[in-house]
Design a protein around this ligand. Structure first.
Ligand SMILES: *Cc1c(COP(=O)(O)O)cnc(C)c1O
Length: 425
């Protein structure tokens, strides 16, 4: 058969629902046929037709060093030769757990799992088990993976498809989930086991925490004895070497990680003090398990990434991303469109509008710009210019350490041109 994106997608939709294994990859909200990736290298991906794209998807943040980093590939290869899974402890798990805990102040132990969803789901169970309370508070537009209790008012693909939550989730499953607007400190009571927050909301486009928000959450949790859970699946080891704890100086009770710590392979982790984690089986009554947890290939990849980024690399990445964000707004604004590119560390958001933009502080404000129909047009104009953004207005741009200054300038040229086309229409 001919190697075209259309042909692969036609085959995909026959055997995979919607043709994708994760709804965020679908082109439903932007229209058109997804490009099917044949390979990736550094900041670029190449589709099955041989077209190369400068990639700002970067596996939604799982890739920090860029695609197919030679050292990461070598370590995965070496690990694979020793065997891929055993169902017994391996040194790689210990090394990755040491690497994670040594970088994050206050984090003493982690349990490795296979995805961010699992990490958050397990963290919530731990919080409920340890406190003996039922309620969980999450914020509108934050995404915490696809577990039943946390899909309600979710960002990312849930928002992209315009769903309030998900069919198939019972009322009972969400009865103990309280939803509150981001950047407003809720008043808690003693039924609340935990407050779950993305320290930087990166699944409703990018919404930054207003100064004092995270501190005030910490204080409010302490007042009623609720646990504070930071979902650092995106921010962990990206915002700073020590993640949001270091960046904002606020210490949660439980951390959730994913994406970066797997180096492109499936890993998640949740962690806390040793005392809190004593509640987890086999030492405590809160059960949590996984056949492939701490998988040798995944731990080798994750460890290689963490060990090969320096503080200076993070500083350079942040500086590059921030300059890029400023220049992206300038490039788009020249067309007459309005743009706002909020940045926090190296995380970059992008809101477009026909009118001046006030930087959104919560999901309902973000929605106004994400639903005005401009993003799908901009997305396709960029794709035609071989720059791949996420196919949904609620995602952010991931600048990896492989994106050179020249790559970013290329993206800016494309953006200026793309915006002109969008402004014409
Ligand atoms: C991606 C993401 C998750 C879910 O991780 P998966 O590995 O996709 O299960 C959870 N929380 C946040 C903040 C995320 O961005």
């Amino acid at each position: 058969m001919s190697e075209t994106n259309q042909a692969w997608f036609d085959r995909a939709v026959r055997v995979i629902p919607g043709g994708v294994d994760s709804p965020v990859r679908s082109f439903r909200s932007v229209g058109g046929t997804p490009y099917t990736v044949a390979s990736g290298s550094g900041a670029y991906v190449t589709d099955v037709e041989g077209q190369e794209y400068l990639d700002f998807v970067q596996s939604y943040g799982a890739s920090l060093l860029g695609h197919a980093h030679p050292l990461v590939i070598e370590r995965i290869r070496e690990a694979a030769l020793r065997g891929t899974t055993f169902g017994a402890p391996t040194p790689g798990e210990v090394l990755l757990a040491e690497a994670i805990t040594s970088r994050v102040a206050g984090l003493e132990q982690v349990r490795l799992v296979s995805s961010g969803t699992e990490a958050v789901m397990s963290a919530v169970r731990l919080a409920r088990g340890a406190t003996g309370r039922s309620k969980i508070l999450k914020f509108d537009g934050c995404y915490h993976g696809h577990s039943d209790a946390l899909l309600v008012a979710g960002g990312s693909g849930v928002a992209q498809l315009g769903l309030p939550g998900s069919a198939g989730v019972t009322e009972g499953a969400v009865a103990d989930t309280i939803v509150s607007p981001y950047n407003e400190v809720p008043t808690l009571d003693e039924t609340v086991a935990a407050v779950l927050v993305e320290p930087v909301a990166a699944n409703m486009n990018l919404v930054r925490p207003v100064p004092g928000f995270l501190d005030a959450l910490r204080t409010e949790c302490d007042r009623v004895g609720a646990l504070l859970i930071f979902d650092e699946v995106i921010t962990g080891f990206r915002l700073a070497p020590g993640g949001a704890q270091e960046y904002f100086g606020v210490t949660p009770d439980i951390w959730c990680f994913g994406k970066v710590i797997g180096g492109g392979l499936p890993v998640g982790a949740f962690g806390a003090s040793a005392k809190l984690l004593q509640n987890l089986a086999p030492t405590g009554p809160v059960y949590q398990a996984g056949t492939l947890s701490g998988n040798p290939l995944a731990t080798a990849a994750g460890l290689t990434v963490l060990n090969n980024v320096t503080r200076a690399d993070y500083e350079l990445l942040t500086k590059r991303a921030q300059t890029f964000a400023t220049e992206l707004v300038d490039a788009i604004s020249a067309s007459g469109l309005y743009a706002c590119a909020p940045v926090e560390g190296p995380l970059v958001g992008l809101f477009l509008s026909g009118e001046p933009i006030v930087e959104p502080k919560n999901f309902s404000e973000a929605k106004v710009y994400c639903e005005n129909g401009l993003y799908p047009k901009f997305f396709h104009e960029m794709l035609q210019r071989h720059v791949a953004l996420a196919p949904g207005a609620y995602e952010i741009l991931f600048v990896s350490m492989a994106h050179s200054q020249a790559d970013l300038e290329r993206a800016l040229f494309a953006a200026a041109d793309a915006a002109k086309e969008v402004a014409k229409s």
